[in-house]
Write a protein that binds this ligand. Structure first.
Ligand code: KG4
Ligand code: ZN
Length: 333
């Protein structure tokens, strides 16, 4: 079965094509238009998706050496995300489905990220824990079995990626800030600036305090060293993730851990969680870097799995700005 996956929930226009479990094309266009605003401008995102979605689909088909008539299923992100941006992908997918007379399925973006774990040679066994760390979400989820999710905790304020983006912005680095902070941090001296590791309750996360600590430090020390701030912020931000996940692993006695979403592209994160996994005797799964950030392949894969279980979506489905994993589980299982 050949599945076309379409992702337009934020500022990446992404098209993936898979044939069963094999990736045939993974084309991602990141909109640089937002860089000068220091964050995503929703209307600009939607307009840029409209401009590029057709040519990008053509490129993906060429790379996959497939024709539109070879597509068996069209899978698209229906939420959560920016409504205007989502509607571009959703309307495009519906039109394609009608024109080609092919089934169509709407996918939850978070479930898409979790399915990126399936792109590795080894995949986690149920039940497993997933840390989802992106620009819009920071959640710790127990995946009990296929499509059955229990969210143990989430951020009470900013998402982890959002904190990276905001700290980058206040130091004059471009958007999205995560990769720039990681780069600056390589030359920074750990321990030169003390930023607190957040300590919220149970399995929840919080980044507002850490972000404010960086804001105050940079304001009070105008000659601050950017590399030092970057490395010490990154250390506290990632250590927070490690501490919460460690607590959950101890409490739930789970042996398989997946980490997904844009921030999992960070090499220091991988280093830290590798150490934790060894310490806790847990098997760790993190997708390849190109599958951590938003892409169409993960949407194709999640859609194909859902389609096998419960068939296509109705063509009347709407885009949704918010949709938790538990909500979709109850719809389909
Ligand atoms: O999953 P994603 O592509 O989009 C959302 O669903 O939000 O994640 C984007 C987020 C951004 O906040 C970006 O700064 C962060 O992931 N990110 C990183 C790195 N690469 C991307 N954060 C830290 N280190 C990185 N190397
Ligand atoms: Zn994402």
């Amino acid at each position: 079965m050949v599945t076309l996956g379409i992702e337009t929930s934020c500022d990446e226009t992404a098209i993936g094509i898979i044939e069963n479990d094999k990736i045939l094309a993974n084309i991602v266009s990141s909109q640089i238009a937002h860089s000068k605003f220091g964050g995503v401008v929703p209307e600009l995102a939607a307009r840029n998706h409209i401009k590029i979605i057709m040519p990008l689909t053509k490129v993906a088909l060429d790379v996959a050496a497939k024709d539109l008539k070879d597509i068996d299923l069209i899978s698209v992100t229906r939420g959560p995300g920016l409504i205007g941006a989502l509607l571009v992908g959703l309307s495009f997918s519906k039109s394609l489905a009608i024109a080609l007379n092919k089934p169509f399925i709407g996918v939850n973006h978070l479930e898409g990220h979790i399915y990126a774990l399936r792109l590795n040679r080894q995949t986690p066994q149920y039940p497993y824990l997933v840390l989802l760390v992106s620009g819009g979400h920071t959640e710790l989820v127990l995946v009990k079995k296929e499509f059955v999710y229990h969210t143990l905790g989430k951020t009470t304020d900013d998402a982890c990626g959002e904190a990276f983006d905001k700290v980058a912005k206040l130091m004059g680095l471009p958007y999205p800030g995560g990769p720039y902070i990681e780069k600056e941090a390589k030359n920074g001296r750990l321990g030169t600036v003390k930023f607190p590791v957040p300590k919220p309750k149970k399995f929840d996360f919080s980044y507002a305090g850490l972000k404010t600590a960086v804001l105050y430090y940079t304001r009070d020390n105008p000659d601050y060293n950017r590399d030092d701030v970057a490395v010490n912020f990154q250390e506290s931000a990632l250590e927070h993730l490690v501490q919460v996940v460690k607590r959950a692993l101890e409490s739930k006695k789970i042996r398989h851990l997946g980490i997904v979403g844009g921030v999992s592209a960070n090499m220091k994160l991988r280093e830290k969680f590798n150490r934790l996994a060894k310490l806790m005797n847990v098997k760790l799964y993190i997708p390849d870097v190109q599958h951590c950030t938003d892409n169409g392949v993960m949407i194709a894969l999640a859609g194909a799995q859902r389609f096998k279980k419960s068939g296509p979506s109705d063509l009347t489905i709407d885009a949704v700005a918010r949709e938790g994993l538990e909500q979709i589980a109850s719809l389909h299982s």
